[in-house]
Design a protein around this ligand. Structure first.
Ligand code: NAD
Ligand code: UDP
Length: 312
């Protein structure tokens, strides 16, 4: 039985990861400060004696004897990470230092949930891991993008200087059950609006693109990444390369919910990336032929079902 720490474990992705790791017979510490996380996401795990919930903020040191750490703690949606930009940077940077310090002391392997946002508004398409990115360091997204970039730097430096066993994955837009209904992300926004027959809010002209990954595919990639040989540290892109415009997404959600919603067009936020699509060749090669199994329509149906029950 491995002892595994999941920071941000009560959040959207963290809750799915905790459930899968617990079901595989591991002993889990789920750490969260509940900024965007929710006890409802992990309530069914709490009855297990092998699941421990700790209210803690990773900007403060934390001590526990563990074999592996998955570092997910960080707000992820633009409205949440911009709410307190300084705190977002502290979570990324001080949080990384604290969790890397823990991994160093106890000899644990540690995986960083990095992001496609390290590529900023990319000038190459699709994005490969060797692309250094196009980030505005003083823009509205900088607290998140630069925080995550600095966290990657810290991970690599702890690995090079202190031999900490690290893994870095760069996650592209991910969706599924347990997303926060008001987090402002496009999939949750559109589904909630459609289920309530409210206007669907497209920012800009809807021609910007994203590639949407269902959460189960991501969790599979994270677990495979943790199991790779010690010399392989990444970074590795994980996402679904099927790319859609935001207008296509809106139409699909309206269709699948039989909604009466109308589409309206609002201003595009500053520094909103125009296109985003992962090149997943490296993930396929290194993660045992991993590739996403759940395509957009199937994943949307599962997510719509979740929000439908939540809103009743
Ligand atoms: P989320 O907001 O649902 O979950 C993040 C969790 O971290 C929440 O439970 C929150 O309460 C917790 N948290 C935030 N700050 C904390 C702190 N200082 N100390 C302890 N806990 C803290 O977001 P998510 O979508 O589940 O994202 C999880 C991770 O994956 C994040 O690191 C995010 O940057 C990364 N990621 C997500 C996506 C995506 O599309 N969902 C894409 C790229 C990267
Ligand atoms: N978006 C939109 N309407 C919404 C929410 C988001 O048109 O109600 C757009 C947003 O401007 C961006 C894309 O959808 O172009 C994805 O936004 P999200 O916040 O989900 O993720 P990110 O921009 O971080 O990829």
């Amino acid at each position: 039985m491995k002892r595994i720490l999941v920071t941000g474990g009560a959040g959207f992705i963290g809750s799915h990861l905790c459930e899968r790791l617990l079901n595989e017979g591991n002993d889990i510490i789920c750490l969260d400060n509940f900024f965007t996380g929710n006890k409802q996401n992990i309530v069914k795990l709490i009855k297990s004696p092998y699941f421990e919930l700790v209210r803690h903020d990773i900007t403060m040191p934390f001590f526990a004897e563990v074999d592996e750490v998955y570092n997910l703690a960080s707000p992820a949606s633009p409205i949440h990470y911009q709410y307190n930009a300084i705190k977002t940077v502290k979570t990324a940077v001080l949080g990384a230092i604290n969790m890397l310090g823990l991994a160093k002391r106890v000899g644990a392997k540690i995986l960083q949930a990095s992001t496609s946002e390290v590529y900023g508004d990319p000038q190459i398409h699709p994005q490969t891991e060797d692309y250094w990115g196009h980030v505005n360091p003083i823009g509205d997204r900088a607290c998140y993008d630069e925080g995550k970039r600095c966290a990657e730097t810290l991970f690599v430096n702890y690995h090079n200087q202190n031999n900490v066993k690290i893994k870095i994955i760069r996650i592209f837009n991910t969706y599924g059950p347990n997303m926060h209904p008001n987090d402002g992300r496009v999939v949750s926004n559109f589904i909630v609006q459609a289920l309530q027959n409210k206007d669907i809010t497209i920012y800009g002209d809807g021609n910007q693109t994203r590639s949407f990954q269902y959460v189960d595919d991501l969790v599979e990639a994270m677990i495979r990444m943790m199991a790779t040989r010690d010399s392989f540290i990444g970074p590795v892109n994980t996402g679904n390369p099927n790319e859609f415009t935001i207008l296509e997404l809106a139409k699909k959600v309206i269709d699948l919910t039989n909604s009466k919603s109308k589409i309206i067009y609002l201003d595009l936020p500053k520094d909103d990336p125009i296109q985003r699509q992962p090149d997943i060749s490296l993930a396929k090669k290194e993660l045992n032929n991993w590739e996403p199994k759940i395509q957009l329509e199937e994943g949307l149906v599962k997510t719509i079902d979740y929000f439908d029950k939540l809103l009743k």
